[in-house]
Design a protein around this ligand. Sequence first.
Ligand code: 6PG
Length: 241
Amino acid sequence: MPLHIYPTAEDVLRHLADYFCELVGQALAARGRFVVALSGGSSPKQLYELLASPAYRDKISWRQVYFFFGDERYVPPTDAESNYLMAKTALLAPLGILPEQVFAVDTSLPPAEAAQAYARTLEHFFAGEEARFDLVLLGLGDDAHTASLFPYTSVLHDASIGAKEVFLEDKHVFRITLTAPLLNQARAVAFLVYGAGKAAAVERVLTGKRDPDQFPAQLIAPAGELHWYLDSAAAALLPDS
Ligand code: 6PG
């Protein structure tokens, strides 16, 4: 499980953008398309902006890239909390990505139906083959959640290859998340984590006792590659840091 630790967030973002480009090249050569599950929250916004910048945009044949979401907040696609809106603003719109390349969660449906519909969308896209993302991008919450796999939620034990609704009691909100087994079918998973506020969660997930109920990011053990892209601040509590 390679840990890529760099002094600043900018260094981390640049190296992850390079890795993204490398994976796109491999996927297009092998299968003629690149299928990515984007992460949400605030950390990846700068990565998306970098990929859409003149420094990277022309390195990728974007017409052959297909975008899913590892999770989504249960809000309209126009809501400031929407992971879709963040990705659209930072990446999809600046690159002129076509609607048929983007698969967002339909949050106009009731939560359970939205999750079921997303699972059907995934099944249809992968046309009966194993649903394998070329890359899953993930973040890490300071409570060690990833995607919307939160501590002590039933979805952590869901064996389905798909998407589920999650009700977060403390926040009194719904989320829609891809399940861990689906995420783990990926050819590659990359965590992007930076900032001192994440150091304790990083240390617990990577070196603490194995307890996926408490530290859901420990569920992520892909069939393919697993990379952690960290800045020094987020890695500060790791041994030998
Ligand atoms: C979300 C994300 C979530 C995120 C972590 C870290 O919808 O919020 O998918 O898993 O990656 O909460 O979020 P930040 O990057 O904002 O710290």
